[in-house]
Design a protein around this ligand. Structure first.
Ligand SMILES: Cc1ncc(COP(=O)(O)O)c(C=O)c1O
Length: 913
């Protein structure tokens, strides 16, 4: 049977929320007690939980909870009520970060001795975690000494949290997002008693760790490694007695600095501040601010610079007022500002990119100011030569398809599993990728395979098991390059659960793993254990190269002005093989007039995630889960709307953990960690797909007419019968409450609408529901490239570029309406698309140039009732190649005649000769 505490803890996704909720409960209980309604027992029970929870926080901390307990015992009920109110106010307003005195004495809200300091707003506040097996007296002395070494001129102020065991340290790191540095002392014991009781729902990730038989002497380095795993952005310091030559290399690599017990605390204090400053600095933003403050005469082609053309104008003053002067003061160009050049950075911009590489875990990071639409093309062009084969998910962003055209790569389109009920695609099963690679190997084309390109997460939030994909693909093709389109996934790095499925994390992990003797032994055993005909699933350590690229629309999920995008690289062969071509591709696509405001915003966005990424991403996840639960549990909402669950988005075969939803009333939050560690696919918790089919309203109408026009709620994506909500680092509980209110309002409108239906209306309405829920157009797979454009007959891969350019001559193309196309095909005609045809939604090409058109594709185009289909004009029909063009292409390409000179003659063509 579940107890009240169980229900209480289960209703929170994370411990930070449990904590604030528990304080709120204490506030109510203290008020009741003060006003004669409550009992001391109730207050004591809550204080007991808070005594456990507050071990991990500097403010208000355990000492305050103890003071409150003392007040309860001495029956100071009114004082207790006031003190609790004060603490709750400090916590909820965040003012404990800026008012030292007020936070120190909960009884009075003032501490006379520190009023002078209190008046000075605390600059940037953080907390430092000390892990040391000391007693209370030693703890007080440590805190006192650290206070003494502070200086008024310090740029940052920190408070300390002291815990005495490794497990407590891990709990603190998971719960307390204010912690920015951890100081581990040598030889702390391992187990804590606090991972049971009120916190047990939140320590699963820690309980699941298997520290093995680590002796007490090794707990420090172990904790360093675990800190890196849970919170890589937290600075790690080690205090030990072991002489330098006795420390392992891994220990030296795990910690930022090693201290000896005898050393002065001032040194530690300065190091803590320096470490924080290294994250705080924003070289490019700072340089841009400095530049904008300098007096300047502009004789460059930039009249807007310094607001000159705006503020002197009689007609566009309002524009200047709207944006403010700084926007224009910061308008500059590399050639005038002396700042740095995006095309060849050597100063602050180079530094900003290096800091981003540190934050995002890459070897190299490059900024771009025109979106992932461009960075995708840069990476493809940099790595792929004409005639190379790229395995690519067909429902990827259109920039990749254009990248194929630009580079002259032969795409092998991969099929994502369909989710017909929602007119969506899932993601590409690993078995399908391997199968395509085996076909290519059989056809003698494996050496041409250059890249695997996948979208992670997908627009709808399906997330790959990046590690498994890379391992099993490298087992077949050990030098393949991975391009992970992480347009929607930049934020994932700052959650330890989601990070496991990011490109950079896995690249780094695998690069390290494949060089170890343990891996060699494991690989040898794996090969030995293979049955006859069985394919290896582990890469050969002597051949494997880790070459991983990720493109991220920073602006989609983190703080960045629109179009801010980053390319992250972990490539063991970058310098040797790709640096020069990367540079050329970067030059090809990058403007010589890059927008400096966008670049500065990425620099600042990087600083933000290094300090607050963990907290904000946790919150975005929590709000995503909360929205799911609210809709599922509210009968007024679930009558009309269904949350599309994990089970709906991922077929059972790809969910080895069996997890089918994030929340169950009887169990609380499900074991996300397990599913994210094991399953072939997972669902991004910040993407919430809502099924609107039961309302009889299609996704597009619901988005535009109901959410946007009436309630100014913006969403990004729809399908025929669904809309997608996203929570992000800017989402607040207030905005979630507003969305819930709006959905309830819409539910009431739908009630009223249905009540007013007369017979015919009702029939029409039921037909609409049927159309949205039952008469589902089957999603077409990629058919095939026409034989004229096949890389090699019978082997996957097509020459998209030749087809694309063949269509430049209007004489080689004609139009055919959808009905006529069906008739032509029935009569044995072969139709081949001359254009990309991209319906919005779903937003990926159902046809690419050179692709054979089949009945399923036409049926789909007829059935989807969307207004926007790029590359298709209803009054003309589909653009297809004439028979003559295809005939000509067949002969000419076979002889290499019409193919661009850069394209190598195909093997098949050579054979024919
Ligand atoms: C998967 C994917 N990749 C790339 C892009 C393009 O990104 P951007 O808008 O930054 O140009 C998008 C845009 O929606 C996308 O969904």
């Amino acid at each position: 049977m579940s107890t009240a505490t169980d229900t209480h803890t289960r209703s929170h996704y994370n411990a930070a929320r449990l904590r604030s909720h528990t304080w709120d409960q204490l506030k109510l209980a203290a008020m009741d007690l003060d006003e004669g309604r409550g009992t001391p027992q109730e207050v004591e029970a809550i204080l007991k939980d808070l005594h456990t929870i507050e071990l991990y926080w500097a403010y208000p901390g355990r000492e305050t909870v103890q003071q409150l307990r003392d007040m309860l015992r001495s029956k100071e009920h009114h004082g207790l009520h006031l003190a609790v109110n004060h603490v709750v106010r400090m916590l909820s307003s965040g003012s404990f970060r800026s008012d030292t005195a007020a936070m120190l004495d909960p009884r009075s809200g003032r501490n006379e001795l520190l009023t002078e300091e209190a008046e000075k707003p605390r600059p940037n506040y953080f907390e430092v975690l000390f892990v040391d097996d000391i007693d209370d007296v030693e703890e007080a002395a440590l805190k006192q000494k650290l206070k003494k070494v502070r200086d008024k001129a310090d740029e940052f102020v920190y408070d300390t949290v002291v815990v005495r065991t490794v497990q407590d340290a891990l709990i603190a790191l998971l719960f307390n997002h204010n912690i920015q540095a951890v100081v581990v002392r040598f030889g702390v014991p391992f187990p804590s008693t606090n991972h049971k009781g009120v916190l047990r729902e939140f320590t699963r990730a820690i309980d699941a760790l298997d520290p093995g038989a680590i002796g007490r002497a090794n707990t420090g380095p172990y904790l360093g490694r675990m800190t890196r795993w849970f919170r890589p952005e937290v600075d790690r310091y080690y205090v030990t007695d072991t002489p330098v030559d006795g420390l392992k290399d891994t220990t030296l690599a795990t910690f930022k600095r090693i201290f000896y017990r005898t050393e002065d605390l001032t040194e530690l204090h300065l190091t803590l501040l320096r470490g924080t400053m290294e994250k705080y600095e924003t070289p490019f933003f700072t340089a841009l601010k400095d530049y904008s403050r300098r007096p300047m005469g502009v004789f460059h082609a930039m009249p807007i610079s310094r607001g000159n053309s705006v503020f002197k104008s009689r007609w566009i003053q309002d524009f200047g007022e709207f944006y403010g002067r700084n926007l224009f003061l910061a308008e500059t160009s590399a050639t005038t500002g002396g700042l740095d050049s995006l095309l060849q950075p050597t100063g602050p911009l180079k530094k900003a990119q290096e800091l981003a590489a540190r934050a995002f875990g890459s070897q190299h990071t490059f900024f771009a100011t025109n979106g992932t639409s461009t960075t995708n093309k840069i990476v493809v062009q940099a790595l792929v030569e004409p005639g190379d084969i790229v395995l690519i998910d067909r429902d990827c962003h259109k920039s990749h398809h254009y990248g194929m055209v630009l580079s002259g790569a032969y795409p092998v389109y991969l099929h994502s599993y369909p989710l017909e009920k929602y007119s969506m695609y899932g993601a590409v099963p690993l078995s399908h990728i391997r199968e395509q690679l085996f076909k290519l190997r059989k056809g003698g084309r494996l050496d041409k395979v250059k890249m695997l390109l996948l979208t992670n997460s997908t627009f709808d939030g399906v997330v790959y098991n990046v590690e498994r994909v890379m391992e099993e693909v490298l087992a077949i093709k050990p030098d393949i390059v991975f391009l992970w389109d992480e347009a929607w996934w930049a934020f994932a790095r700052f959650s330890y659960v989601l990070r496991q499925r990011t490109a950079m994390h896995v690249a780094q992990k695998l690069a390290r793993k494949y060089r170890t003797p343990e891996y060699r032994a494991e690989y040898a055993a794996h090969i030995k254990g293979l049955k006859k005909g069985e394919e290896p699933r582990m890469p050969d350590p002597d051949k494997v190269r880790i070459r991983v690229f990720a493109t991220q629309s920073t602006h989609k999920t983190l703080t960045s002005l629109r179009q801010g995008s980053m390319i992250h690289i972990w490539d063991e062969d970058f310098v040797k093989k790709s640096e020069a071509s990367f540079h050329e591709a970067y030059m090809t696509h990058t403007s010589t007039s890059a927008n400096y405001q966008i670049l500065a915003s990425m620099d600042v966005g990087r600083r933000q995630v290094e300090f607050e990424g963990f907290e904000l991403v946790e919150k975005a996840i929590e709000l995503g889960l909360l929205l799911r639960r609210t809709i599922r549990e509210n009968p007024r909402l679930n009558k009309w709307f269904d949350i599309i669950t994990i089970g709906d988005l991922i077929p059972a075969d790809y969910r080895q953990s069996g997890l089918d939803g994030y929340y169950r009333r009887d169990k609380g939050w499900n074991e996300i960690e397990k599913a994210w560690a094991t399953d072939e696919f997972a669902v991004d918790p910040t993407k919430i797909n809502l099924f609107t089919g039961k309302t009889g309203i299609d996704g597009d109408t619901f988005k535009n007419k109901f959410l946007m026009d009436k309630h100014q709620i913006q969403i990004n994506k729809t399908s025929r019968n669904s809309v997608l909500f996203m929570t992000n680092i800017g989402t607040t509980r207030g905005s979630l409450a507003y969305l819930t209110k709006v959905l309830l309002h819409i539910a009431d409108e739908l009630e009223a609408r249905n009540a007013g239906f007369e017979h015919d209306d009702k029939r029409a309405h039921l037909a609409r529901i049927r159309a949205l829920t039952e008469e589902i157009p089957p999603l077409p797979d990629f058919s095939s490239f026409h034989r004229s454009f096949q890389g090699q007959p019978g082997v996957p891969g097509g020459d998209l570029r030749s087809a694309y350019f063949l269509a430049y001559d209007e004489k080689r193309c004609r139009h055919v309406k959808l009905d006529a196309a069906l008739t032509e095909m029935k009569q044995g005609g072969e139709l081949v698309s001359a254009s990309f045809v991209i319906p919005y939604p779903p937003g990926f090409p159902v046809l690419v140039p050179g692709q054979v058109i089949n009945k399923e594709i036409i049926d789909f185009l007829i059935a989807i009732d969307v207004k926007e289909i790029h590359g298709y004009r209803p009054e003309l029909g589909l653009r297809v190649f004439t028979d003559a063009a295809l005939g000509r292409q067949r002969t000419t390409t076979a002889m290499g005649g019409m193919r661009p000179a850069s394209l190598p003659a195909r093997k098949s063509a050579r054979k024919k000769k």
